[in-house]
Design a protein around this ligand. Structure first.
Ligand code: 0L1
Ligand code: MG
Length: 266
């Protein structure tokens, strides 16, 4: 299937700089399709690719990828109808139990995810859940801190893809486990904010099985002529809707079988 690119190379540079500026200054911008109404998801990935090149050229290190919008709850929350992917760099990671600054984000939200660490390269098209499980070294619990750079968290697929799937920070922790020792479809998750339960879910919410989201991610990478290398850290998508956080909030995400991940926001 050929990619549908409507943006010119100049447009791609312009939009990449606009996203980079919004991320660096923590400033909300209008969604990109307000100015480019014909933008496609492939255009969004072209902007995301330009952003990745720019970040890596500036010395940031690619550690893996994230699947986003992989649960019905998230798609309904955000008004979109397909999953997306984004890249993760080492500087986005925050230690477990740490204090995370919010002044360098626009309007952060947190979501519980199962993360996979791979031990073999995965390549699409046609990558399957079983191939993902065979290539997985271990899984561990994670919290993704997303931060759409679009005003009011209002966007569409091309815009959110260009904004690297709202990637901002992530915290991995808990207990690393072999995927074969768990039933990854039925893991229960509870998110607490300031001691109150604010979201609950089961991992099957992510496309029926979180490894399915990793297979989808590998197949989207293949459309862009890329593979998922061994040693990648990959987040499979929010199990529940995302919860807004502000300075003073403490978050604990409790995962059945995988332990908990906590952090506070300042
Ligand atoms: O990780 C996610 O599911 C987020 C993808 C982007 C959508 C959003 O900002 O909520
Ligand atoms: Mg996510």
């Amino acid at each position: 299937m050929s990619r549908q690119i409507t943006l010119t190379p100049d447009d791609i540079v312009r939009l990449c700089e606009r996203i980079e500026g919004a991320q660096a200054r923590a400033r909300a911008i209008p969604k990109l399709t307000d100015e480019y109404p014909n933008m496609t998801s492939d255009d969004g990935y072209a902007v995301q690719h330009a952003l990745r090149k720019r970040f890596l050229a500036a010395g940031r290190r690619l550690v893996g990828w994230k699947a986003g919008l992989t649960s019905r709850a998230k798609m309904i929350q955000m008004g979109v109808n397909a999953p997306s992917i984004g890249f993760l760099t080492a500087d986005m990671a925050r230690p477990e139990s740490s204090a995370i600054k919010t002044s360098d984000m626009v309007h952060p939200r947190v979501e519980c995810e199962v993360a996979f660490v791979t031990k073999a390269q995965l390549q699409g098209p046609g990558c399957t859940r079983q191939q993902v499980l065979d290539a997985t070294d271990y899984v561990l619990p994670a919290v993704e801190i997303i931060d759409s750079r679009f005003a009011g968290f209002k966007f569409d697929m091309p815009s959110v893809i260009a904004d690297n799937g709202s990637s901002a920070r992530y915290v991995a922790g808990g207990r690393a486990r072999y995927a074969a020792d768990l039933d990854l479809r039925t893991l229960g998750v509870v998110m607490e904010k300031n001691g109150e339960i604010v979201a609950t879910g089961a991992s099957a919410a992510v496309l029926g099985h979180p490894a399915e989201a990793i297979a989808m991610l590998v197949n989207i990478l293949a459309e862009q002529g890329e593979v998922l290398p061994a040693g990648s850290f990959v987040m499979s998508g929010g199990i529940t809707e995302a919860i807004a956080v502000k300075p003073g909030d403490s978050i604990v995400a409790r995962f059945q079988e995988l332990g908990s991940v906590s952090m506070r926001f300042i």
